[in-house]
Design a protein around this ligand. Structure first.
Ligand code: ZN
Length: 243
């Protein structure tokens, strides 16, 4: 998916989200990003939860970019009552994650903001205007409720682990440089759109394009580490099918 965007400020931004402690996927994505070349990287949260390398992923994200927002799994690490809303697999993963982070890594998660605005672009984990309910946007219908909650032209979101582009105006089928969009960049560490390849986005305000990038990574290694660490088996299995 590629479409034009009319911007006066020149930026090439990589947007990553939902890494979920998947070291192999994060490393593959960051290598690909550095090969393509960007001005900076934004991370939309859920650095941890589900995967076997939460500490590594926090340290790598922290040294790679200062543009990072909080995700619900990051929050559950320091607000344990939050994980009561999770299913039992996600909750077990949060409890394991808490035991495998040091104090400094937890304080870093605590320091993350709910949203970030750069030029005419908003970055949040779940939905514009949300500060803790963590709603999902899966469809144009759901997306439409959120356009009144932000002023920027574009909003980037993650959370559903399903990449997608939602236009404010239902009759818009092509990008025209005037309309507004909510864009989901998909997930680095646990894709759920039946495509096991990691997913992230590159917005290029010079070339006026947005591209959703899909890339293979070493799923086997991540899956074996999930099993070795005693995390729920389903968390390893789903990585092979992307759901
Ligand atoms: Zn997530």
């Amino acid at each position: 998916m590629t479409f034009g965007i009319a911007y006066s400020v020149s930026m090439r931004i990589a947007i990553i989200s939902d890494i979920h402690g998947n070291r192999e996927a994060l490393d593959a994505a960051l290598n690909d990003i550095s090969r393509r070349g960007v001005d900076f990287i934004v991370c939309l949260g859920d650095i941890v939860g589900y995967g076997p390398d939460p500490g590594y992923c926090i340290d790598r994200v922290r040294t790679t970019t200062s543009n990072v927002v909080l995700g619900n799994h990051d929050e559950a690490v320091f607000l344990p009552q939050r994980s009561m809303e999770f299913n039992h697999v996600a909750r077990a993963a949060v409890q394991w994650t808490v035991r495998n982070l040091d104090e400094d890594q937890v304080s870093y998660l605590k320091s993350l903001p709910h949203s970030l605005a750069i030029q005419d672009i908003l970055f949040v984990h779940s939905a514009p205007g949300d500060t803790g309910r963590w709603p999902y946007i899966f469809s144009n219908f759901e997306a439409r409720m959120y356009f009144s909650k932000f002023r920027e032209r574009l909003a980037f979101v993650g959370h559903s682990h399903v990449p997608g582009i939602f236009a404010e105006n239902p009759s818009v089928t092509d990008f025209n440089g005037r309309d507004r969009f909510i864009i989901n960049v998909g997930s680095i560490g646990q894709p759920r759109d039946r495509d096991k390849r990691l997913s992230y986005g590159i917005l290029d305000t010079v070339a006026a394009t947005y591209e959703n990038i899909r890339l293979d990574y070493d799923v086997r290694t991540t899956a074996s580490k999930i099993l070795e660490n005693g995390l729920p088996v389903s968390l390893a299995e789903r990585l092979f099918v992307g759901r």
